[in-house]
Write a protein that binds this ligand. Structure first.
Ligand code: CTP
Ligand code: CA
Length: 225
C-alpha cells in the first residue's frame, strides 16, 4: 500500500504502460532496434498492480516474464505499439510510455533475405519517420482527466531538453534520465527528474527502478484527483 493508506490508491483505475524497445524489420532475419531492456516499464506495471490498478502492459521485445496479475500485449514494431497503445488507452485513466520507440523504420521491407552481390557496394537503407505515439495520445485524450507520462533519455542540458520535450509532446509528466556510462540501459537502477506541466520538478535519487516507478504513480495519483 502506498504511503500507508488504507485503500490501494490505484484501485478501480486502468493504467497502460508500454515497455521495451521496438524493432523495425529490414528483411525476415534483420531489424533496426535499440538497447531498451524493458525493466523500467515492468517495474511500473508491477508497482501499479501492487497499488490495485488494472494494468495493461504493452511489451515490445523484452523477453521478460509476464508480471503476475497484469494483461500483457506483445508487440514488435512502432506501428504495432501505436495500435496496441491507442486501443488500450481508450478506457485508461493513465498512460505511461516507458518504451523506446524507434524514430524511423526502413521504407522498404524486403520479403526475401537481402544478399551480398559480388563486387558491389551495399544498397543504402532509406528510412521514414514512425508515428509519435506519446504526442498522439496526449493530443486526443480518450478520456478527459487522463494522465499521460513520457520518458526521455537526455545528454548535455538534461533539464532544458526535458522541458522542451515535455512541451512538444503535450503530456503531463516527463521522466528525464541522464544517459552516459553506467547509466540506465539494462541496469537494475535508475536516477531521474520528473518534470510536470505545472512547473513541478521531482528529483528521484539513484535507486531501484521500483522506487522511481512508485514516485511516478504518486505523481499520477495526485493528478487523477
Ligand atoms: N515516443 C513515442 N513515439 C515515438 C517516439 C517516442 O511515443 N515515435 C515516446 C517515448 O516512448 C518516450 C517519449 O516519447 O516516452 C520521449 O521519447 P524520445 O525518444 O526522447 O522523444 P523524441 O520525440 O523521439 O525525441 P528525440 O529526437 O530526442 O529522440
Ligand atoms: Ca526518439
Amino acid at each position: 500500500l502506498a504511503r500507508g493508506t488504507a485503500e490501494p490508491d490505484l484501485k478501480g483505475r486502468h493504467v497502460v504502460v508500454s515497455a521495451g524497445g521496438t524493432r523495425e524489420p529490414l528483411d525476415p532475419v534483420r531489424f533496426l532496434g535499440n538497447r531498451s531492456s524493458g525493466k523500467q516499464g515492468y517495474a511500473l506495471a508491477r508497482t501499479a498492480a501492487a497499488r490495485g490498478a488494472r494494468v495493461t502492459l504493452i511489451a515490445a521485445n523484452t523477453g521478460l516474464p509476464d508480471p503476475a496479475g497484469v494483461d500483457v500485449v506483445p508487440v514488435g514494431t512502432a506501428v504495432q505499439l501505436r495500435e496496441a497503445v491507442l486501443k488500450a488507452a481508450a478506457d485508461a485513466d493513465a498512460v505511461v510510455m516507458a518504451a523506446a520507440v524507434a524514430d524511423f523504420r526502413p521504407e522498404v521491407y524486403a520479403t526475401g533475405k537481402i544478399k551480398k552481390k559480388d563486387g558491389q557496394d551495399p544498397d543504402p537503407i532509406v528510412l521514414v519517420r514512425n508515428p509519435d505515439i506519446l504526442a498522439e495520445v496526449s493530443a486526443d485524450r480518450a478520456r478527459s482527466g487522463q494522465v499521460i507520462v513520457g520518458f526521455a533519455a537526455e545528454t548535455d542540458d538534461v533539464l532544458a531538453n526535458g522541458r522542451t520535450k515535455l512541451a512538444r509532446k503535450g503530456c503531463d509528466l516527463l521522466v528525464v534520465n541522464e544517459v552516459g556510462e553506467r547509466k540506465t540501459f539494462g541496469s537494475e537502477e535508475n536516477e531521474a527528474v520528473v518534470l510536470g506541466t505545472d512547473g513541478s520538478e521531482t528529483p528521484v535519487p539513484h535507486g531501484p527502478k521500483e522506487a522511481l516507478a512508485d514516485i511516478v504513480w504518486d505523481l499520477v495519483v495526485e493528478r487523477l484527483g
